[in-house]
Design a protein around this ligand. Structure first.
Ligand SMILES: [Zn+2]
Length: 215
């Protein structure tokens, strides 16, 4: 296990108490908060998938592979597709010796350390762990790749629109009001609305890699 990088996801200090075969489901509201309402693996926000009902609790080490059932540190908030794809996959001891394992976002940095993102939105492994993680979770499935590509395009547009807004504002402020500056003010309002719309879309988009703070 790589403990050298800080974890991407930090859990609460006092986890909830759970008992019984399905006790782990009581952890849902706590996990949602700790995982920032996003899938631990693909980064999709609940709002992108239609709400929390499109998510579930995942056992990082599967129950069928002797993973603890009600241990909060083994519970992850994930989207249903990631949960179904991961299912009970777990590396064999031979694979683990060669470095093939799931990256654990609660114990290390996964994005930017074990894999990077290409301009086209594909995740590219840079370690054996990254290779295993991307392949087992199918993190380059079409929806994710297209979403990441589109999100990069929106970031570029957002950055350009924000710069243009600031420049235009400076120009208007340095001039006396006339027909031209009035037209520029209309353009400023238009840009402001565009920036606002992009900001709200990017706030729930899958974050860029290395994981950057969402807006
Ligand atoms: Zn997911």
């Amino acid at each position: 296990m790589n403990d050298k990088t800080p974890p991407r996801i930090r859990r609460r200090a006092s986890p909830p108490k759970m008992q019984g075969r399905m006790g782990y489901r009581n952890a849902e509201p706590y996990l949602r908060q700790d995982f920032d309402y996003r899938c631990a693996y693909c980064g999709a926000h609940e709002q992108l998938k239609g709400g929390p009902h499109a998510f579930c609790v995942d056992h990082f080490k599967p129950r069928s592979k002797r993973g603890p059932v009600n241990d909060y540190s083994n519970l992850y908030w994930v989207c249903i597709p990631c949960n179904m794809i991961k299912h009970d996959k777990w590396p064999t001891s031979k694979q683990r010796r060669r470095g093939y394992r799931f990256a654990d976002p609660c114990r290390e940095m996964d994005y930017g350390v074990h894999f990077l993102e290409s301009d086209e939105g594909f995740l590219k492994p840079i370690t054996a762990c990254g290779e295993y993680h991307i392949s087992m979770l199918r993190l380059n499935r079409a929806w994710l790749q297209q979403h990441r590509q589109e999100r990069t395009r929106k970031w570029t547009r957002f950055t350009e629109a924000s710069q243009l807004y600031e420049e235009l504002k400076r120009i208007i402020e340095a001039r006396p009001t006339n027909a031209a500056t009035q037209m520029m003010r209309r353009l400023l309002t238009f840009l402001s609305e565009e920036i606002k719309a992009l900001r709200s879309e990017l706030a729930v988009a899958i974050p860029r890699i290395p994981m950057q703070r969402v807006l």
